[in-house]
Design a binder for this molecule. Structure first.
Ligand code: PBG
Length: 335
């Protein structure tokens, strides 16, 4: 007996004791790899702000998917970059649009070996780079160059059509990320109407208007050409609102929910995980990746250690699944 204090160090004294008492473990199946496939590429193209991440050609994506399956990760989240963009994002639901073509190949190659998730948004497909269709703001006169706003309800019809196209192309999971109100209900109705009643929806329910998406905009070529996303994505100071968004998406029929970004929003991950009884994912976004890579490249931190610490923290906060650009590498480390 020691007087006056507890000896917490007893259970930390050897690696084996620490392993035995670890409360959070990482396994390959926890990780989902976001991937970019760009129409017209014959070779993968590097993304300068995300060293180690590329825009894939269909063929290089197929090879990467085999590698990912080999590493035992949970799945892929697909983003497409079309050759032609227009105001309504027509290529998102074109049967031969890039992401739908890629999905068909991957499903044929891999069957059900990896969960193929389709990110559902319009920003990579629209010429204005917004996540929905745009109209002149109330009061603006059409054709006179007034302010434009993202129009919620007409966007819902587009999302439903995209969901159906993605499900028909072989997506196992539809993941709407556009933050339009009512999007989950519209997509569920669309999927059910097309006979895809068994296709689940993973809702990007609490998605913040984040500065950490910077590198992604280079990767997906979907930067807004005017304004920003602050009228539809959530405002960083707010937390209770995340719970309302999650509750609303579940009421509309979401099967699982996501919080995004991850590391700056661990409080939100924890609150959501405590509040719901469906699977919770967190998306470790491009800026989170770039930060660690940039510091590691300068020798300012130990890359592997820092990466695994972030992934552990996100799981510890309550996320069951982590979307991360390190998915395959991390899977090999923890296997
Ligand atoms: C598009 C979308 C974005 C991300 C995923 N889907 C960018 C945005 O909302 O501006 C970001 C992912 C990342 O930064 O890694 N709706």
């Amino acid at each position: 007996m020691t007087d006056g204090f507890a000896r917490g160090r007893r259970l930390r004294s050897t690696p084996a004791l620490r392993r035995l008492t670890a409360q959070t473990r990482l396994s390959p199946a926890d990780f989902v790899l976001p991937v970019f496939v760009k129409e017209g590429l014959t070779e993968p193209a590097p993304i300068s702000s995300m060293p180690g991440v590329v825009q894939h050609s269909v063929d290089s994506l197929r090879a990467a998917a085999h590698e990912a399956a080999e590493a035992g990760i949970g799945g892929l989240m697909l983003f497409g970059i079309p050759a032609e963009k227009d105001p309504v994002g027509s290529q998102a639901d074109a049967a031969d649009g890039i992401v739908n073509r890629a999905l068909r190949h991957l499903r044929a190659d891999l069957g059900d070996e990896l969960v193929l998730m389709a990110d559902l948004c319009l920003c990579e497909y629209t010429d204005h780079g917004h996540c929905g269709v745009v109209t002149p703001a109330p009061g603006a006169v059409r054709g006179q160059g007034g302010a434009m706003v993202v129009d919620n309800d007409p966007t819902l019809d587009r999302y439903a059509a995209v969901a159906v196209a993605q499900a028909q192309a072989g997506a196992h999971v539809i993941a709407p990320s556009g933050m339009m109100d009512g999007q989950v209900a519209a997509i569920r109705r669309g999927l059910d109407g097309a006979g895809a009643t068994e296709t689940p929806i993973l809702a990007y329910a609490a998605k913040y208007a984040s500065g950490f998406y910077g590198p992604f905009r280079e990767a997906a070529e979907g930067a807004p050409q005017f304004g920003d996303r602050a009228t539809y994505q959530m405002d960083p100071p707010n937390a209770d609102e995340a719970l309302r968004e999650v509750a609303q998406d579940l009421a509309e029929g979401a099967d699982a929910v996501m919080v995004k970004p991850a590391l700056p929003y661990l409080d939100i991950v924890r609150r959501v995980a405590d509040a719901v009884d469906v699977p919770v994912s967190a998306y470790q976004v491009s800026g989170e990746y770039a930060m660690v890579e940039a510091a590691a490249a300068r020798g300012w931190l130990d890359r592997r250690r820092a990466v695994l610490e972030t992934l552990t923290a996100i799981r510890r906060a309550g996320a069951g699944t982590v979307l991360t650009y390190w998915a395959v590498e991390a899977a090999r480390w923890v296997r």
